[in-house]
Ligand binder design. Structure first.
Ligand code: NDP
Length: 478
C-alpha cells in the first residue's frame, strides 16, 4: 500500500494487448497529421494540463510527500521546458536530412526520412511521477508515435489525470496516449507490445527489460541508477559547493537518479567544507510537503530499509554519522543524514542509496578523487568544483559519466538540448536532445532516381570487361 492510498488494481496481459491494438490504430491516424498539426494539438493539450496544475500538485503531494516547491518547479515546470524545446525544434530535428553520395549518383537524391516507430512503451519509476512519464511522452508523441505509459504502481495518479485531460480535450486520436496500471509484470507486457521501450528505473529491472527486448530485437533505451561523485578541489567556491552538495543530495529527499551520493573533498578544504555542510543540513525544514518545506519524506517504503542499512554499515565501519533518525516510520519520515569520513568499502559509497544521506570523504589529490569517482559500476552524473573552471572542465573529461557539471548540479534534465543518460550500469542510449527525439523514429533511407527517366544503369546486366573497368575507375574518384 502506498503511504497516501491504496495500490490501484493492475490490468491483465490480455487487456494490455487490447490497449495496444487501440494505440496502434490511433497511431496510424496521428502519424498522418502534419508535424505542425501535431505540435498545435499538443500545445493545446498542455494548456489544459497546466490549467489543472493545483489538482496535479495536490495529487503528487499526496502520493510522494514532496515539498510543493519541488512539485511545481521540478515536476511541472520541468515538463513545460521539455514541451517548449521539442515543440520549438521538432521541425528542424525531424526534417528530412539530405546526405552525400558518390559523384556518379549526381542524378539521384539521397536523404534520411524520420518515420515514427509506432508504439513507444514508457516504463517509469516513482521518484518523479509526472516529470519523467509526461516529459518523455512529449517528444514521443510529437514525432508521430502512440504512447503506452506504465507508471510505477506506487505513484500512478498524476499520469492518470493527464490521461483523463487528454481524453476530455478530444485533440488526440482515442487511445493514442494510454496509462496502463500495474506492477513489473504489467510493465513487461507493455514492453512486449511496444515497438520501442524507454525504461527508467533500477539497474536490476532495466537489465530484465533489455533481455526481453533483445529476444524480440526491439530498440530499448535504459535510464538507470547513479552514484554521483562530487569532486571538490581545494580552491572550490566554498559557499556554492556546500549549498550544492546539500541541495544536490536532499532535494526530493535524495530520491533523484542524478543526486549527489558521494562527495570527495581535497583534505585542505575538508574541515571547513564538512562543518559548513553540517550547518546547512541543520537549517533544512522538514515536513509533509507544505509550501515552506525543504525536505519531505521517502516515497517508497523499501527505501527506509535501504537508508537504515547503509547508515548502519557506515557506523559499523567507523564513519561519523549524524541524523538519519526515523521520525515516523509509517509516514516514511527520516531526518537528513550526514556521513563523514566515509570510505569506499562502505555501502553509502558503493551502492545506490537513493535517500537523504550525504556521504563525504577526504582525498589527498584530484587524481585520487578521480580514481575513486570512477571506481563504481555506475556512470550517470558527476560534478567537479573549482574556481579554476578550465582545470575543473579538463578534469571532468576523465570522469566516467554521461552527464558532467562544473560548479553545478542536477541541471542537465531541463537543458533539453543536451542528451541525458548514463554509461556503464547507469544505462544505454539517451533521452532529450535532437538524438533523443530522433530515436523515437526509424531512419528510413530514401534514394530517388531522377533522370534520365528511362535509361538503365551501366552496372546492371549485361556485364562486360569494359564496363567493369569504367566503374572501377569512377569508384576511385567517388
Ligand atoms: P524499478 O526498476 O523497481 O521500477 C521502475 C519501473 O519498472 C516501475 O514502473 C516498475 O513497476 C517497472 N518494472 C519493474 N520490473 C519490471 C520488469 N521486469 N519489466 C518491466 N517493467 C518493470 O525502479 P524504481 O521504481 O525503484 O525507481 C528507482 C530507480 O530509478 C533508481 O535506481 C533511480 O536511480 C532510477 N532512476 C533513473 C533515472 C534516470 O533518468 N537515469 C531517473 C529516475 C530514477 P512497479 O514499480 O509498478 O512494480
Amino acid at each position: 500500500m502506498a503511504v497516501s492510498g491504496t495500490i490501484l488494481p493492475g490490468v491483465s496481459k490480455e487487456q494490455v494487448q487490447e490497449r495496444a491494438a487501440a494505440a496502434r490504430q490511433a497511431q496510424t491516424v496521428w502519424a498522418r497529421y502534419t508535424l505542425s498539426e501535431r505540435v498545435r494539438r499538443l500545445r493545446a493539450v498542455w494548456a489544459e494540463i497546466d490549467a489543472a496544475r493545483p489538482r496535479i500538485v495536490e495529487t503528487i503531494r499526496e502520493e510522494t510527500g514532496k515539498p510543493v516547491a519541488e512539485i511545481e518547479t521540478m515536476e511541472i515546470d520541468g515538463v513545460s521546458l521539455i514541451l517548449t524545446y521539442f515543440t520549438r525544434h521538432a521541425h528542424r530535428i525531424l526534417k528530412d536530412r539530405p546526405v552525400s553520395k558518390p559523384w556518379f549518383f549526381f542524378n539521384k537524391r539521397a536523404y534520411v526520412r524520420h518515420v515514427p516507430r509506432g508504439i513507444i512503451g514508457l516504463i517509469t519509476p516513482w521518484n518523479m511521477p509526472f516529470l519523467i512519464p509526461v516529459g518523455d511522452a512529449v517528444p514521443a508523441l510529437i514525432s508521430g508515435n502512440a504512447v503506452l505509459l506504465k507508471p510505477s504502481e506506487w505513484t500512478p495518479r498524476s499520469a492518470l489525470i493527464v490521461e483523463e485531460i487528454v481524453k476530455a480535450t478530444g485533440l488526440l486520436p482515442e487511445g493514442l496516449f494510454q496509462v496502463i496500471i500495474g506492477d513489473g509484470a504489467v510493465g513487461a507486457a507493455v514492453a512486449d507490445e511496444s515497438d520501442m521501450i524507454l525504461f527508467t528505473g533500477s539497474t536490476a529491472s532495466g537489465k530484465k527489460v533489455a533481455r526481453a527486448a533483445a529476444e524480440r530485437l526491439k530498440p530499448v533505451v535504459l535510464e538507470l541508477g547513479g552514484k554521483h561523485p562530487m569532486i571538490v578541489l581545494r580552491d572550490a567556491p566554498l559557499e556554492r559547493a556546500v549549498k550544492a552538495a546539500v541541495w544536490g543530495r536532499f532535494a526530493n529527499s535524495g530520491q533523484i537518479c542524478v543526486g549527489v551520493e558521494r562527495v570527495f573533498v581535497e583534505e585542505e578544504l575538508y574541515p571547513r567544507f564538512t562543518e559548513a555542510v553540517a550547518k546547512e543540513i541543520k537549517s533544512l525544514r522538514q515536513g509533509e510537503g507544505g509550501e515552506d518545506t525543504d525536505l519531505g519524506r521517502l516515497i517508497f517504503p523499501r527505501q527506509l530499509e535501504v537508508v537504515q542499512a547503509h547508515l548502519e554499515d557506515a557506523r559499523a565501519k567507523g564513519a561519523r554519522v549524524t541524523g538519519g533518525e526515523i521520525i515516523d516510520a509509517e509516514k516514511l519520515l527520516v531526518s537528513p543524514a550526514l556521513v563523514l569520513d566515509a570510505r569506499p568499502d562502505m555501502k553509502v559509497m558503493s551502492e545506490e542509496t537513493f535517500g537523504p544521506v550525504l556521504a563525504v570523504m577526504p582525498v589527498r589529490s584530484p587524481e585520487e578523487a578521480l580514481r575513486l569517482a570512477n571506481d563504481t559500476p555506475f556512470g550517470l552524473a558527476a560534478s567537479v568544483w573549482s574556481r579554476d573552471v578550465a582545470r575543473a572542465e579538463a578534469l571532468s573529461a576523465f570522469v566516467e559519466a554521461g552527464l558532467v557539471s562544473v560548479n553545478d548540479v542536477l541541471s542537465h534534465y531541463v537543458v533539453c538540448s543536451l542528451p541525458f543518460g548514463g554509461v556503464k550500469d547507469s544505462g544505454l542510449g539517451r533521452r532529450h536532445s535532437d538524438e533523443g527525439m530522433r530515436m523515437f523514429c526509424q531512419p528510413q533511407s530514401v534514394l530517388v532516381h531522377e533522370w534520365p527517366p528511362n535509361l538503365p544503369e551501366m552496372w546492371w546486366f549485361p556485364y562486360s570487361r569494359m564496363k567493369t573497368r569504367l566503374i572501377s575507375w569512377m569508384t576511385r574518384f567517388a
